[in-house]
Design a binder for this molecule. Structure first.
Ligand SMILES: [Fe+2]
Length: 337
């Protein structure tokens, strides 16, 4: 499928300052899955993510820990059929989502004024935007990166989002006009969320922290994620780039790894302790879950788990040592970062 990709526009002298967005953190990752109910069961009953709300008419489920309205969204592959949101919005064209994989990465912004300002400057600079939508608890701007990965930049619009989105929902999303009203300037993200995980599940996740993308266009992708997405390069090796959001509580939110072909490699969730991790690993092995990697490095302990579509997630705890990829031994690059 041909996708609308972005050529970053960078005025002379702009240096490394973000021109458009300035995200606080990776708010969620959204996946295309072949069988929604089976994937929902896996991420809920095995991975321990709480089902926050579902959108049956969109064939979508949203799970999380409580830090944001969801850490992980999933939508059933379109199989070529258009799916509509509210008021006739063509939300999921049948030309996308034909196979399991990354649907989008979603970046949480400080407030609506920041989102609308970035949107207006992008329009001025002719940076391609795919659409702007109202998700009831968030306003969002969507666009593609140079590899064709879809990105959502959003601000929360309702602090107590659990009072709006819960259980099975009617269609949620409609078109949003960023110029329709004066944008608000206060952060409406939840600052003291009630965190939840599924006690009976083997894994007890604490929060989503980052995603790893493989790319064959490292320069263009780094340019997009710094100058447009507004992340900051915090570590760069010959073959990987670590990008950090504005919140210091997250050491990085995205890692780009050089590869022969662009691909979504995995999404990573942090666990509370190494004891939790070892306990999870023991139970997953007893249950014959597909552990694809058991990673033991001076800077992290983690494992990779494959879901029923073959999509990978990482569950990890950090250790004290600094990341040093030349000490990663036999661990593949994209699993070491
Ligand atoms: Fe999203």
């Amino acid at each position: 499928m041909e996708k609308n990709t972005v050529t970053p526009v960078r005025p002379a002298g702009a240096g490394a300052q973000p021109l458009y967005f300035n995200p606080r953190r990776l708010g969620h990752v959204n996946l295309w899955v072949n069988d929604l109910k089976a994937s929902e069961r896996f991420y809920n009953q095995v991975c321990g993510l709480n089902v926050e709300f579902t959108e049956p008419d969109l064939i979508a489920t949203f799970l999380g820990t409580g830090h944001t309205p969801h850490d992980l969204g999933m939508m059933q592959t379109t199989k070529g059929v258009d799916r509509y949101g509210r008021n006739g919005l063509l939300q999921l064209p049948g030309s996308v989502g034909l196979k399991p994989g990354l649907n989008h990465l979603a970046w949480e912004l400080e407030n609506e004024a920041d989102l609308v300002r970035a949107w207006a400057v992008m329009k001025r600079d002719n940076v391609p935007i795919d659409m702007t939508v109202d998700h009831q608890v968030a306003h969002s701007v969507y666009m593609f990166d140079p590899d064709g990965n879809y990105n959502e930049f959003y601000c929360d619009t309702v602090k107590d989002w659990r009072s709006v989105l819960k259980g099975d929902m009617e269609l949620i999303t409609s078109h949003w006009d960023p110029e329709a009203s004066e944008p608000f300037t206060e952060g409406r993200y939840e600052t003291n969320p009630a965190l939840r995980y599924v006690e009976s599940a083997p894994i007890h996740p604490q929060r989503i922290t980052h995603a790893v993308l493989e790319t064959d266009k490292m320069e263009a992708m780094t340019d997009f994620y710094t100058h447009i997405a507004g992340l900051k390069v915090v570590r760069q090796t010959g073959s990987s780039v670590y990008l950090k959001p504005s919140l210091d509580d997250y050491s990085h939110a995205l890692v780009l790894v050089e590869s022969a072909e662009p691909a979504f490699h995995h999404v990573s969730f942090e666990l509370a302790s190494q004891d939790d991790l070892e306990g999870a690993l023991t139970r997953l092995r007893q249950d014959d879950q597909d552990i694809t990697m058991d990673i033991d490095l001076p800077w992290k302990r983690s494992f990779m788990l494959k879901d029923i579509d073959g999509l990978q997630s990482e569950w990890y705890v950090t250790r004290r040592a600094e990341i040093s990829l030349d000490r990663r031994g036999n661990t593949p690059l994209a699993a070491s970062v």
